[in-house]
Design a protein around this ligand. Structure first.
Ligand SMILES: Nc1ncnc2c1ncn2[C@@H]1O[C@H](COP(=O)(O)OP(=O)(O)OP(=O)(O)O)[C@@H](O)[C@H]1O
Ligand SMILES: [Mg+2]
Length: 235
């Protein structure tokens, strides 16, 4: 069985049917990308997995446990961490305080070691550890949001458009860190509009189109797929 199994999810906002029988899976150790245009349902999918939204039908199974109706905090304790769209750092807290918040499920004795590990991934955060998070640049805030998510020592990391609004230089840096996090043993589910970047680091990918999975496959193959090139890669 896959590490994460999403099966036949149907999600509504009132009368709006946002997800239609969405099914996909993530194997342990993989980087899986979920790509799609604005409003395709990417964030809705992540919110349903992490317990922020309730599905009308369908199921989410994580490492053999049905988490479909579990609340978000219980899901974090099982080893799933979510970097939300738009970062959502605590603007008035310092960088170090934000990172410590990410470790709320961990024993106190382990926090210092995790902080050290996060600072190794993100030297910029260590340089700015006493700075208020609201004064960081967009790219630095994205790093902080990722670092904060890693402080819970997740088995799987869910990223919602980490490249959004960043300069090409920062996008490159963020994607390098995703690869490092993956090499260090964390499984990754990556939601992106930047399909080119996402497909270039992912093992497999799914395409979400108006709430439905329209295509899936090996990421390298999708990079060379004519319909994908035309619709998502601007070629
Ligand atoms: N709170 C809400 N109330 C009503 N409709 C919503 C709500 N949130 C999202 N939707 C609708 O659900 C659909 C999917 O939205 P979602 O945010 O999941 O898309 P997305 O793929 O993440 O898009 P983007 O790339 O712009 O972030 C859209 O049609 C959106 O308008
Ligand atoms: Mg979104």
């Amino acid at each position: 069985m896959a590490m994460l199994e999403v099966k036949d999810l149907n999600v509504y906002y009132g009368l709006i049917h946002a997800l239609h029988d969405v099914s996909f899976s993530v194997e342990e150790g993989e980087v899986v990308a979920l790509i799609g245009a604005n409003g395709a349902g990417k964030t809705t999918t992540l919110h349903t997995i992490t317990g922020l939204l309730q599905a009308k039908s369908g199921s989410v199974v994580f490492e053999g446990q049905d988490i479909t109706r579990k609340p978000g905090h219980a899901i974090v304790r099982l080893g799933m961490s979510h970097v939300p769209e738009g970062r959502r750092v605590f603007a008035n807290l310092t960088v170090a305080e934000n990172l410590r918040m990410g470790a709320y499920t961990r024993p106190k004795s382990e926090v210092a070691a995790s902080l050290k590990e996060v600072y190794e991934w993100f030297p910029r955060l260590e340089e700015r550890k006493n700075q208020a998070a609201g004064t960081l640049s967009g790219g630095e805030q994205q790093m902080l949001a990722m670092g904060r998510a890693m402080m819970s020592k997740p088995r799987i990391l869910l990223l919602d458009e980490p490249s959004m609004g960043l300069s090409p230089l920062f996008v490159g840096e963020i994607f390098k860190i995703i690869e490092k996090v993956s090499s260090a043993g964390t499984t990754v589910l990556l939601v992106e509009q930047n399909a080119k970047k996402a497909l270039s680091i992912a093992d497999r990918a799914y395409v979400l189109e108006t709430g439905r999975i329209s295509k899936s496959g090996n990421a390298r193959e999708l990079l060379n797929d004519d319909a994908i090139k035309k619709a998502y890669l601007g070629e």
